[in-house]
Design a protein around this ligand. Sequence first.
Ligand code: SF4
Length: 175
Amino acid sequence: MRRPRLGLSGCLLHAGLRYDGRDVSNPSLNALAERFELITRCPEVGAGMPTPRPPIDWVGDRIMDRAAGIDWTPPLRAWIEATLAELGPIHGWILKRRSPSCGLGSAARYGVDGVARVDGIWAAALRARWPALPLIDEVGFAADEAAFERQVWAYALADQARPARSTGAEARPKQ
Ligand code: SF4
């Protein structure tokens, strides 16, 4: 079979994406390209945010630049809709911890009851679109890379065995 298609939050492989301009890329992740077809996406840059930029946060059910009072939810949701439509088959995703876009149960959400930890808007969209898709953040991945890689291969094998129309696998990935 062809290599599974593994997504990563863009800043884990590429500098120049994060809100604070900091390089958090991990060159060792490039070695995954020997076993997987790597796909990277940055929801915030994709939604039109500059780098560097003010931090954004979940405030209730909105993603806000709280300092400027800008609601980034509509452009983020538009990017998500377009990206899910063009992504093609996907078999796992490594997400950046704590990001309001990419965090996996680790994004801060401010509400009347204080701060809760929730999925980022992109992580939530991946879960909703593919409920069984293997997801992990970079910290969890570093703790047990082999276990996650096995999950991705198992998901890809199962995906290949399913009728294409049930998985969206018939869609050609945009390169
Ligand atoms: S955490 Fe996600 S939204 Fe933030 S810079 Fe990385 S890829 Fe972009």
